[in-house]
Design a protein around this ligand. Structure first.
Ligand SMILES: [Zn+2]
Length: 267
């Protein structure tokens, strides 16, 4: 049994603090996807000490940044990878308009997690980018779903799922209909029950994937994030994509240099 009450609490307060900062020009921490080339040089005038002066420096100087272009990567097929097992569960989550995307935060007592080999990573939130952040050469998907997991020692694992236009997804509709319209707002206590696994492709329990070392794709672009990109895409309808774009559009970071990173895949 995983108790992620503490982690969720930390996350919720971190998110709250960030909302205040990002909406305050005095803090100098406002950032946008339009100005992503400048993230590394955003200055925090409230600090005089390095590294706090440039809190997002890793976005510019990191060498394992995300997302990436899979067509440019060397991909190694191996049967010796730890398999993924997804043990998500139902939840009454918090619907959050982060100011940069639409997001669902799991509740304090949520027990769903991702298993990588023998290690477990509690799911703390999932969110959407439009269009996709990971690309395959010229191929970009209409959207991308990121499941964010954090272990108690701080290790982060993101499982990414490409979204194509096709069949409607009912869980996605519930999310779209409950995200607040105002940036920075959360909607809690709705009593609405969601199982995050209902957004996943069929036969998701032991999915095929590509894995690589990367970073958060938004400031502060912290590295040490292990990525798992599912080989199979999911679908949402054209109308749902349109509704997603009503919240945010182009909230995707461009592919970053691979710097010699190799991808491993199960397929
Ligand atoms: Zn993301």
């Amino acid at each position: 049994m995983i108790n992620n009450r503490h982690l969720s609490g930390m996350f919720a307060s971190a998110a709250f603090v960030f909302v205040i900062n990002s909406s305050s020009s005095a803090e100098g921490l406002h950032w946008s996807h339009e100005e992503q080339a400048m993230w590394g040089s955003i200055e925090d005038a409230s600090h005089t000490e390095v590294p706090h002066i440039f809190p997002f420096a890793e976005c510019a100087i990191g060498n394992r940044q995300s997302p990436i272009d899979l067509a440019e990567a060397e991909i190694e097929r191996t049967t010796e990878l730890n398999r993924l097992r997804i043990w998500y569960d139902t939840d009454t989550p918090v619907f959050y308009n982060s100011g940069h995307g639409i997001q669902v935060n799991t509740s304090f007592d949520y027990t769903g997690y991702l298993e990588v080999g023998n290690e477990t990573y509690p799911l703390i939130q999932f969110h959407f980018h439009e269009p996709s952040e990971h690309v395959v050469g010229d191929k970009q998907f209409p959207a991308e779903l990121h499941y964010v997991h954090v272990r108690e020692d701080g290790r982060l694992v993101v499982m990414a799922v490409a979204i194509e236009e096709g069949e409607v997804n009912e869980t996605f509709q519930t999310i779209l209909d409950n995200i607040p319209q105002t940036a920075g707002e959360m909607r809690e206590g709705t009593g609405i029950v969601i199982n995050p696994e209902t957004l996943l492709p069929p036969n998701f329990h032991k999915p095929d994937f590509y894995t690589f070392a990367g970073s958060l794709t938004t400031p502060p672009c912290s590295e040490g994030v292990q990525w798992y990109l599912l080989a199979r895409a999911i679908t949402v309808s054209a109308a749902q994509l349109e509704q997603l774009r009503g919240f945010y559009t182009n909230n995707a970071r461009l592919p970053q240099d691979l710097n010699g990173r190799t991808l491993l895949t199960t397929q």
